[in-house]
Design a protein around this ligand. Structure first.
Ligand code: G4P
Length: 532
């Protein structure tokens, strides 16, 4: 295959994740993207939504289905000249550290915000991870067909809460019952919204030039038009200028308005987003930047999913290809073990379908059967190459519990099971600062992982446990070199712990205590994630 063909394929890749708070409209927006890409024929076919929302545990469903949950999937489709990979970031109950890890594999993010609510808790958390990587973030303010917050207030909410500048690419005319459409700032025209097609639940769009008074009178009305004019004047005077470099550096977010449910503003968003988002960019391996096009095949593992079936204890390692082209006949090297091998049944997982891949390019994601060799953050490259990508950080868990065994005689299985599950990255385990493994504290990002831990210890290791919930919600790694933990003074609710590599950490009940502790200990450096 010619190098040009490989370069073309890579340059048309757009790999992104959608970040949002549950119910902001991520699933609905994804579905509309898929409709435009021709990947599905009718709305309502994005599978897994019902499962992830209503089932006690989506994860437990996996066992039943003997397959992979939709939450592990990547949706790939073509639109305009681009090949789009949407990485699913599980929300709702199945929110977990994997949700964060997935963001390590994305080149950009789409942030969906509910227009009546502004920035919500989960968006904030996911946003933090995106900014850590300086990836571009594109904002879609959804549900404009419902009563929305004032538009300027929405923008200041984003800027104030997330610390990123905003640049509205279009501007809404009203909201809710009075939603008339959007003003497209680039095209200098109004795109009207009419919720008249009740049966199809889709709006109709009419394009109106600003000097077409007759059409404006008919579709927009004098009052709404006057409001728009004064708002635009204000915006032109005070708003941030569009700057593509600032967008690509993750410092400025282009903002679009619309209604995913009514399919209004979605195509305009998708079109501009694809123009502005970058194809895969280089990643660091030591001091070198590995160029996605010029370099041979490389990939890194960003997530591992245990398959839970007792008869087939297989696991799937999800890899993001960072450079070059993958060919099914190729031998590759697992850098951490030095082993050269063929990847076993590399596949792309789309909804509940699995497609065996014969080739894939930088930007693509593939799932590989893992005989227990891969760990999160591992690199795979060509046998003669020497590439090692930076590991994936460990993110701060937010729920903690002390684990006790029902049958203390099964100590060995218990320790083996819990350490293995922790190694897979589903949970994190800690010990009391002055003790060994006799007291184990488990930390998770999403509470569902507690159920997962219980279930897996029981089914895979035959160990029953009790979980005593702890009140802590904040964990911080102590990054001060040579810190004397015994001398560290914190608040009364603070707890000193250590991870399995004896690295010191602190647990807090609230954010105030974190601040107090830093204040009380000169030079103390605490961090919210740990670089691996
Ligand atoms: P999520 O994936 O971010 O959790 O959100 P999802 O798309 O599932 O949307 C959450 C709810 O908001 C759904 O309603 C959905 O129909 C609705 N919604 C999404 N986009 C819009 C929009 O632009 N306008 C309005 N008015 N509603 C929107 P639901 O009643 O919870 O589910 P369903 O019964 O409609 O499936």
């Amino acid at each position: 295959m010619s190098n040009n063909k490989v370069a073309d394929e890579i340059n048309r890749r757009r790999t992104f994740a959608i970040i949002s708070h549950p119910d902001a409209g991520k699933t609905t927006l994804t579905e509309k993207f898929l409709l435009y890409g021709g990947a599905i024929n009718q709305a309502g076919s994005v599978k897994g939504k019902a499962t992830s929302k209503h089932a006690v545990s989506d994860w437990m469903e996996i066992e039943k289905q003997r397959g992979i949950s939709v939450t592990s999937s990547v949706l790939q489709f073509n639109y305009e000249d681009c090949c789009i990979n949407i990485l699913d970031t599980p929300g709702h109950q199945d929110f977990s550290e994997d949700t964060y890890r997935t963001l390590m594999a994305a080149d950009s993010a789409v942030m969906v915000i509910d227009a009546s609510k502004g920035v919500e808790a989960q968006t904030k958390k996911l946003f933090k991870v995106c900014t850590m990587r300086h990836i571009p973030i594109f904002t879609f303010i959804n549900k404009m067909d419902r009563d929305a917050m004032d538009t300027f207030d929405l923008l200041s909410d984003i800027e104030g809460n997330l610390g990123i500048e905003t640049c509205p690419m279009n501007w809404p005319l009203g909201s809710g019952k009075n939603f008339k459409g959007i003003y497209d700032r680039q095209e200098d025209r109004i795109v009207t919204f009419a919720d008249t097609m009740k049966g199809t639940k889709e709006g109709t769009e009419t394009f109106i030039s600003l000097d077409d008074q007759k059409m404006i009178d008919q579709y927009v009305g004098t009052e709404a038009f006057e409001t728009l004019k004064s708002e635009i004047e204000l915006l032109d005077g005070a708003g941030a200028q569009f700057d593509i470099d600032a967008v690509r550096a993750g410092k400025l977010t282009p903002v679009f308005f619309g209604s995913a449910l009514q399919n209004f503003g979605v195509e305009i968003f998708l079109h501009h987003f694809l123009q502005m988002a970058t194809p895969p960019v280089g990643r660091m391996s030591g001091e070198d930047i590995i160029d996605p096009v010029d370099h041979n095949f490389t990939a890194f593992v960003f997530k591992i999913q245990a398959n839970m079936n007792k008869a087939h204890r297989d696991r799937v390692a999800f890899m993001r290809i960072c450079s070059g082209r993958y060919d099914a006949n190729m031998e590759v090297k697992h850098v951490q073990s030095g082993r050269v091998m063929r990847l076993s049944q590399p596949q792309q997982l789309m909804a509940d379908e699995r497609k065996i891949l014969s080739e894939a390019y930088a930007g693509d994601i593939m799932g590989v059967f893992d005989p227990g060799m891969f760990s999160i953050g591992d690199t795979v490259c060509m046998p003669k190459d020497d590439v090692k990508y930076e590991g994936i950080p460990t993110f701060a868990p937010e729920h903690f519990a002390r684990v006790r065994q029902v049958d203390t005689m099964k100590r060995k299985q218990f320790v083996k099971g819990i350490t293995q599950i922790a190694q897979e990255g589903a949970i994190q385990i800690f010990q009391e600062y002055n003790m060994g493994l006799e007291e184990i504290i488990v930390g998770v990002v999403g509470v569902l992982q507690f159920d997962v831990l219980k279930f897996r210890l029981d089914t895979e290791y035959n160990v029953e446990i009790y979980l005593d919930m702890l009140p802590y919600e904040y964990i911080r790694w102590v990054d001060t070199p040579d810190v004397d933990m015994a001398k560290l003074v914190g608040t009364s609710d603070m707890k000193k712990i250590k991870d399995m590599n004896d690295r010191p950490l602190l647990l807090f009940v609230n954010e105030w205590s974190v601040g107090m502790t830093v204040e009380r200990n000169k030079g103390l450096v605490l961090s919210e994630f740990r670089k691996n």
